[in-house]
Ligand binder design. Structure first.
Ligand SMILES: Cc1cc2nc3c(=O)[nH]c(=O)nc-3n(C[C@H](O)[C@H](O)[C@H](O)COP(=O)(O)O)c2cc1C
Length: 261
């Protein structure tokens, strides 16, 4: 079983490609009730967790999911020695996200056997100075992800686990300073709004991975469960959706399957 979270498609693609290669189901975390998960009668040979790096850490929705998996499932993982692995997708670097995930798993008395990162196009647009990649960099990252995912799938299949993550410089420092700020101030839901180019298509509401956008009088209204994935910003066909004034000049990202190009 592979559990994954994805806002804008990068991690979904990685999870589904890995799943197809190693013949495991890829299950979307927001659509999965953690409380009723089990390993089943014939468990897979490993369990994977695939997620995008958020502020050099792990998206809170992923940590929350892991915290609520049943103890019986954890016991089963331990007694059957099922290896756990993770793949983090990131625009550039993971920081100490891996340690954060490891801590969350150790709190459940299980540990990671392997971890990899895959560099994918950047989608973060909620702070000045960040933004999407140039078209050529986007292309390069997507192309390189093909062989990277194939390599990772091969290793998982063989049980040849490794810790091979692009942490960047000063990972511990970056994560310990930035991630708590992100959790506290990273999403100010009230900043999300639509402008007069909104055509009431509802794509934002349908795309939001956590169902946090409702359409009211033909326009999006944000609830309080925003995960800051930026999917609504990127999907909007008229670039109507904005986060305060920060996103006005940011480019939009649209995931394209690199294996089909
Ligand atoms: C809120 C947020 C924070 C992010 N923080 C980082 C980061 O610290 N380091 C990094 O390399 N990429 C960062 N990114 C980029 C994503 O990790 C990357 O684009 C990822 O592949 C997106 O995955 P998805 O399409 O499955 O949502 C961030 C993206 C978002 C939305």
């Amino acid at each position: 079983m592979i559990y994954y979270f994805s806002g804008t498609g990068n991690s979904r693609y990685v999870a589904q490609r890995l799943g197809a290669s190693i013949r495991q189901e890829a299950r979307f975390i927001p659509a999965t009730n953690p409380y009723t998960e089990t390993l089943g009668q014939e468990p897979d040979s490993s369990i994977g967790i695939v997620f995008p790096v958020y502020s050099w850490g792990v998206p809170p929705i992923v940590l929350d999911f892991l915290a609520h998996l049943p103890e019986a499932m954890m016991e089963d993982i331990r007694s059957r020695n099922i290896p756990l692995w993770c793949v983090a997708t990131c625009g550039d670097e993971t920081g100490d996200a891996l340690t954060m995930l490891r801590k969350a798993l150790r709190a459940r008395n299980v540990d990671l056997s392997g971890a990899w990162s895959v560099i994918m196009p950047n989608v973060y647009v909620m702070l000045p100075g960040f933004g999407t990649d140039s078209a050529s960099l986007e292309e390069k990252k997507l192309k390189e992800s093909i062989s990277r995912v194939t390599e990772i799938a091969g290793r998982i299949e063989k049980g040849d686990f490794a810790f091979d993550v692009h942490t960047g410089t000063f990972p511990r420092l970056r994560t310990s300073i930035t991630y708590p700020l992100f959790r506290r101030w990273g999403v100010q839901t009230k900043r999300w709004h639509f402008t007069d180019t909104c055509i009431s298509c509802g794509k934002c509401a349908r795309t939001c991975p956590v169902g946090n956008i409702a359409m009211s009088d033909g326009h999006p209204v944000w609830g309080t469960d925003c995960t800051s994935c930026c999917a609504c910003f990127h999907i909007c066909p008229t670039n109507s959706i904005q986060y305060g004034r920060i996103t006005r000049k940011m480019g939009q990202y649209s995931f394209r399957n690199p294996s089909e190009q």
